[in-house]
Design a protein around this ligand. Structure first.
Ligand code: SIN
Length: 508
């Protein structure tokens, strides 16, 4: 029998108030945009960045407009004219310098992420290492941008291909990984010989500004890396990037709704697009799975970033024969989570990004309960800590038609849905518009193989909840977007294949 936990049975480290990190390098970010190698502080308007755990203002930044982004695009375009000719080995060196600088500043960069995003410091430092790894990886790839030679039919012709950088890239990034989502795109772009205009999320722009500063130190020429800032004019700046004939590619991580708008707006110039959009990842636990392993790995994916990653498991399908065991075990571990400000020691989980994120979790919980779900851990808001803190809710016997099965919760709701057969669970799992990641737990290699091949998602993670790292092609299908980031494929989206045919070759 599953026990209903009492609402207050959670761990709070202490009230999340007024924590200002101390930095070894206090000047790691300038409160300014970064265009053509210069900090741009002046603007008609400014916006504030707050610590999501306390609501306290931590920076005031220029709220830029279309003229600023157009200026950044022009500078990036001018820089491209020479950066595209920087030898591959030199680009590799610049990327490696930047990787080294990130690793030298790993603690400070981690504190910055925690401060602006709310994730615990250990996770933030993990993100910095993950983020830096893309520069290291693409330093390696920069010198391996190969073409092909083609045995053609015209006997006096010879043909081969070269791969050339596409040009200026607009990089639009989310708040959930303030550093890693930038580096995964920018690393590939810069390795290919492209220049970039980065628009970080207004909630978490400080990491982008720190990266710009380190990039300048690493030796990237002015104009190769630009960061524009806005809170109020997100739509106008997005439109300017999409419509500009000087921008050749847009890479975006964020919601499916915004991805569709960017795709429409980019149609007039037929830009290349990489879209890493919403997910709604199913996690399937078969009756022959190692249940302890499945529990630990389900926690690793479900509660990474407190449920705020595109690849977090959103729907946990557990075979009816093992659902009680799985549920009891996962609930027992979740009850031990320790919440507090991410900069406090021993905190395992921090806050959500804002109060709208809390409201969305509540709406999904309410809907599932209305449809008959059993509450195992009630969870809920933690006003003692702050407005953005929410202790995880665990529900079982969730209706397969519940709202959370149609759209991602992006928060700490662990929703467990029973299933009876492999056919049924594959149908449940594929019954969504999204197709980013899926998770499968079984000891039977045939089950793993068959189900992995049948699931409609760009990535299938088997017997582990943790798979994303720089060598892995990251991306989705269906309405989760297109294009692959990271890996040997990530650089393809930043290059054009040029065919060169030479005719009238005579044979001796
Ligand atoms: C994301 O949430 O989009 C990124 C997650 C990851 O890189 O693992």
């Amino acid at each position: 029998m599953l026990r209903l936990s009492r609402f207050k049975a959670y761990h709070i480290i202490s009230r999340a108030m007024s924590i200002r990190p101390t930095f070894a390098n206090e000047s790691l970010f300038e409160p300014a945009a970064f265009i053509d190698g210069k900090w741009v502080k002046s603007a008609e308007e400014y916006f504030e960045v707050s610590d999501p755990a306390t609501g306290e203002v931590i920076a005031t930044l220029p709220d830029q407009g279309v003229n600023d982004v157009n200026h950044a695009i022009e500078c990036a375009s001018k820089a491209f004219a020479s950066y595209k000719n920087v030898p591959h080995a030199k680009r590799a060196q610049l990327l490696r310098n930047l990787y080294n600088l990130m690793m030298e500043n790993v603690e400070d960069l981690g504190k910055l992420i925690t401060w602006e995003n709310g994730k615990p410091l250990a996770d933030a430092i993990g993100e910095v290492k993950y983020a830096a790894s893309f520069f290291d990886w693409y330093a390696g790839e920069a010198v391996r941008i190969y073409g092909t030679t083609i045995p053609v039919g015209f006997t006096r012709n010879r043909a081969f291909t070269i791969r050339q950088p596409v040009g200026v890239c607009g990089i639009i990034c989310p708040w959930n990984f303030p550093a890693a989502m930038i580096t995964r795109k920018a690393g590939a772009a810069l390795a290919a010989g492209c220049t970039v205009v980065i628009k970080p999320d207004a909630q978490t722009p400080l990491s982008a500004l720190a990266l710009a500063q380190l990039a300048a130190k690493a030796g990237f020429p002015p104009g190769t890396i630009n960061v524009v800032l806005t809170l109020k004019r997100v739509k106008e700046i997005g439109l300017a990037l999409c419509k500009s004939p000087l921008v050749s590619k847009i890479s975006f991580t964020g919601s499916t709704a915004v991805g569709k708008i960017l795709a429409e707006q980019s149609a007039s110039t037929l830009k290349k697009l990489s879209l890493e959009l919403g997910g709604n990842a199913p996690l399937i636990v078969f009756e022959d799975a190692d249940i302890d392993q499945a529990v630990d790995q389900a926690i690793a994916t479900k509660f990474r970033n407190l449920g705020q990653t595109c690849i977090c498991a959103n729907r946990l399908y557990v075979h009816r024969a093992v659902i009680d065991e799985f549920t009891e075990k996962i609930a027992a571990k979740i009850r031990k989570f320790k919440f507090g400000h991410g900069l406090q020691p021993d905190v395992t989980h921090g806050c959500l990004i804002n109060t709208a994120a809390v409201a969305k979790v509540e709406a999904h919980v309410e809907d599932a309960i209305k449809r008959g779900a059993t509450v195992v851990v009630k969870g809920g808001r933690m006003p003692e800590l702050g407005d953005t803190f929410y202790f995880p809710t665990v529900l079982t016997n969730v209706d397969p038609e519940a709202r959370l099965t149609k759209e991602e919760t992006f928060g700490p709701l662990c929703a467990i849905i029973p299933f009876d057969s492999v056919e049924q669970v594959v149908e449940y799992a594929n019954n969504t518009r999204f197709g980013l990641a899926s998770y499968v737990f079984s000891k039977n290699i045939e089950t793993i193989y068959t189900v992995a091949e049948t699931l409609q998602s760009g990535m299938v993670s088997c017997n582990t909840g943790v798979f994303s790292e720089c060598p892995i092609p990251f991306g989705g299908i269906k309405e989760s977007g297109y294009g692959r980031e990271g890996s040997l494929h990530g650089i393809e989206d930043y290059t054009n294949i040029k065919t060169i045919a030479i005719g009238n070759i005579s044979r001796l």
